[in-house]
Design a protein around this ligand. Structure first.
Ligand code: SAH
Length: 226
């Protein structure tokens, strides 16, 4: 029997609202739209709407929906934002962000730049975003995201979807004054702290600790050497 993914998605969103993970209307609408089943490996489609991370190969995972929702809320995303994501993985989180910063018919659509260090996953994300028609406002790059993407900087919002030893300095540099960066920071294969950094208009930064999280380790120049 064919599963009704749309109904499963609605149920998940409703649960995330009840559990307090989803509050912002824009994020709720975005989570309602993006078909997570199109961003997981074929054999895991039936698990697309369980609220857990799922393996996407190469030792990596697509984040749990509640984590995607929370990070989107902490980023204070709005229409027109230029966003940099470090860790494209499946492309799902980038698609959710696209729905918020570049919704259909926006006069001033934003853009999502997402960078992935594993070549095969960059390709996986690209394919998933193409088949779901997100490619116009989401661009996937393959490389070390700890160096940022200076060609398109500065960014209004930056997120890391892998745990860093500390927030990579190039990313703070590439953040617009007034911008927000959200990143898990802490030891690999253990719990980390989700941090939210705000860059003020005078260039000064302020960091808040949000909650405990568990992410795959960040690699690259400012990542873990494992
Ligand atoms: N946002 C993803 C979650 C991916 S998990 C999604 O929605 O599916 C984190 C990803 O970060 C992994 O794919 C991993 O390969 C990638 N990664 C780790 N270190 C990186 C780095 N330095 N630059 C870019 N990507 C990195």
């Amino acid at each position: 029997m064919n599963r009704d993914f749309k109904a499963e998605r609605e149920r998940l969103v409703k649960r995330l609202i009840e559990e307090g993970f989803l509050r912002d209307k824009k994020v709720i609408e975005a989570m309602r739209k993006v078909p997570r089943e199109e961003f997981v490996p074929e054999n895991l489609r039936n698990s697309a709407y369980t609220d857990t991370p799922l393996p996407i190969g190469y030792g990596q995972t697509i984040s749990a929906p509640h984590m995607v929702a929370m990070m989107c809320e902490y980023l204070e995303l709005k229409v027109g934002d230029k966003v940099l994501e470090v860790g494209a993985g499946s492309g799902y989180h980038a698609a959710v962000i696209k729905e918020i910063v570049a919704p259909e018919n926006a006069e001033n659509p934003g853009h999502v730049y997402t960078i992935e260090i594993v070549k095969e996953l960059a390709e996986f994300a690209r394919k998933n975003l193409e088949k779901t028609s997100y490619s116009k406002h989401v661009t996937v790059f393959c490389g070390d995201g700890t160096l940022g993407l200076p060609e398109y900087a500065p960014y209004d919002k930056i997120l890391l979807t892998a745990a860093a030893p500390k927030i990579p300095p190039p990313l703070i540099e590439q953040l617009n004054p007034g911008g927000v960066l959200v990143a898990p920071v802490g030891e690999p294969h253990f719990y980390q702290t989700l941090k939210k950094l705000r860059k003020h208009f005078d260039g000064k930064t302020e960091v808040f600790e949000v909650c405990g999280v568990a992410f795959v380790p960040l690699r690259g120049k400012y990542g873990w050497k494992i």
